[in-house]
Write a protein that binds this ligand. Structure first.
Ligand code: PLP
Length: 391
C-alpha cells in the first residue's frame, strides 16, 4: 500500500462527488433518484461562447498561454470589474486560473504558514476548509446564525481573531446559505478588520449574477475601499455563464499577492486552457441576455422551492436571496444528524441533497435549485410524502 502524505489527513474528496456516487449506485439498482446534490447550472453554455472557443482553436490559439492569463482575458476582466463592480484593477493585478477554486488555492498556498488560521463563516463552501487543511493551515469555524440571515456579525468576528489569524473568507451570494451581504453588512466589519491589520480578506463572489428580487450585488473591495489593499476578490465564469466545465476563474488583488499566486500556478498547471480563456473573453464582452434569463429562471425555482418546503411539516427554509441553493432546516425532524436526514430523503423519497455537516453546520439539508422546475416540484412532493408516512 502506498503511504499517503499526512497533509491529506482529514481531507476527503468533495462531498458532491460522493453523493453522485451514491446516486449512481441506487440508480444501478433500478431506483428512480432526483439528484439535487450537485451545484452547477443545468443550462448549456451560450452558443456565442462556444463559437469563440471554436474560432480560437482554429486560429491557432493552441500553445501555452501566459501563466498569469492571456492579455485579452485580463483586459476583459479588468473592464468587467470597472463596469459591474466599480473596482479599478490593472491587468497586472489580475490572475486567470483553472476555476475560482484554483484562485482560492493559489492565494492560500502563497500566503499560509503551517498553523495559520483562516476564518470561515459556517455554513461554508466545503472546499474552503479542505484547501486550508491541505496547506497546513487551520480552518476556524465561525457559526453564523440563521436568525441573522446567515450574515457574519462584527462581534463574532472579533471574538474569533487570534494572533494566528491570516485570512477571513467571505462568500456572497453564499453557497450554501443563499445569503447576500449588503454594502452595510460589509462596512460593519471594517472597524474590527482595521484593528487587525494582519488579516486579509478573500471575497468569493462567484455567484454575483445569481441574485434575486432586483437586489444589487455589492463587491467587498468596493464597499470597503480602505481594505482593498488587503483583499483578494475571487470570481469566475462557471456559474454566471454555465461554464463549469471550462474551468476559468479569476482573482484580483494587490500586485505582490497576484505575482506570488502566479508563481504557485506556474508550478501546478502552467496556467488555464487558452481556448477556454478565449471563450471567457466572449462571455464577458458579448451579450449578457443569458445571465439575465438564467437569473430569472433561478428566481422562479427559488420561489417554487421556498413555497414548497414551507408547506411540508417539520422542515423550513429561509428565503435565499441569491445563489442557487435551498438550505433547508431539518432541526425539527427526529433525526440525530443532518447525515441521517439526507440518508432518509435519499432512500425513502429518492431525493439526493447534501447534509449540512459537509458545510460545517447542523441541522441543514441543501438542495440545488439548478434543476428543471418539474424535477424540483416532484422532488418536494416525494419529500413531503416520505415525511408524512414516517412522522
Ligand atoms: N466558490 C464557491 C462558493 C462555489 O460554490 C464554487 C463551486 O461550487 C466555487 C467557488 C468553485 O468555482 P469554480 O468552478 O470556478 O472552480
Amino acid at each position: 500500500m502506498i503511504q499517503l502524505a499526512s497533509r491529506l489527513n482529514g481531507v476527503a474528496a468533495s462531498a458532491s462527488a460522493e453523493i453522485s456516487l451514491a446516486v449512481r449506485s441506487l440508480r444501478a439498482q433500478g431506483k428512480e433518484i432526483i439528484d439535487l446534490g450537485i451545484g452547477q447550472p443545468d443550462f448549456d453554455t451560450p452558443p456565442h461562447i462556444v463559437d469563440a472557443a471554436h474560432k480560437a482553436a482554429l486560429d491557432g490559439q493552441t500553445r501555452y498561454p501566459p501563466t498569469v492569463g492571456t492579455i485579452a482575458l485580463r483586459e476583459a476582466v479588468s473592464a468587467k470589474f470597472q463596469r459591474e463592480n466599480h473596482l479599478s484593477y490593472g491587468i497586472d493585478q489580475i490572475l486567470i486560473a483553472n476555476g475560482a477554486k484554483q484562485v482560492l488555492f493559489n492565494g492560500l498556498m502563497a500566503t499560509l504558514e503551517p498553523g495559520d488560521e483562516v476564518l470561515l463563516c459556517a455554513p461554508y463552501f466545503d472546499s474552503y476548509a479542505s484547501i486550508v487543511r491541505v496547506l497546513g493551515g487551520i480552518p476556524v469555524k465561525l457559526d453564523i446564525r440563521e436568525e441573522d440571515g446567515f450574515v457574519l456579525q462584527p462581534n463574532d468576528l472579533e471574538r474569533a481573531i487570534t494572533s494566528k489569524t491570516r485570512w477571513l473568507l467571505l462568500n456572497s451570494p453564499g453557497n450554501p446559505t443563499g445569503a447576500v451581504y449588503s454594502a452595510n453588512n460589509y462596512r460593519d466589519l471594517v472597524p474590527v478588520l482595521e484593528n487587525s491589520p494582519k488579516i486579509w480578506v478573500m471575497s468569493d463572489e462567484i455567484y454575483e449574477h445569481i441574485i434575486f428580487d432586483g437586489v444589487r450585488h455589492d463587491s467587498f473591495a468596493a464597499a470597503c475601499p480602505e481594505l482593498k489593499e488587503r483583499t483578494l476578490t475571487v470570481n469566475g465564469a462557471s456559474k454566471a455563464y454555465a461554464m463549469t466545465g471550462w474551468r476559468i476563474g479569476y482573482g484580483a488583488g494587490p500586485r505582490s499577492l497576484i505575482k506570488a499566486m502566479m508563481v504557485v500556478q506556474s508550478q501546478i498547471t502552467s496556467g488555464a486552457c487558452s481556448i477556454a480563456q478565449a471563450a471567457t473573453v466572449a462571455a464577458l464582452e458579448g451579450p449578457q441576455d443569458f445571465v439575465n434569463d438564467a437569473r430569472a429562471a433561478y428566481q422562479v425555482r427559488r420561489d417554487l422551492v421556498f413555497e414548497g418546503v414551507n408547506r411540508v411539516t417539520g422542515i423550513s427554509l429561509r428565503k435565499p436571496a441569491g445563489a442557487f441553493y435551498a438550505l433547508i432546516n431539518v432541526g425539527n425532524l427526529p433525526f440525530q444528524t443532518s447525515g441521517d436526514a439526507a440518508k432518509f430523503f435519499l432512500e425513502k423519497a429518492g431525493v439526493a441533497g447534501v447534509p449540512g455537516h459537509v458545510y460545517g453546520l447542523e441541522p441543514f439539508f441543501r438542495l440545488s435549485l439548478a434543476a428543471a422546475d418539474k424535477k424540483l416540484e416532484v422532488g418536494l412532493e416525494k419529500m413531503k410524502y416520505a415525511l408524512e408516512s414516517y412522522l
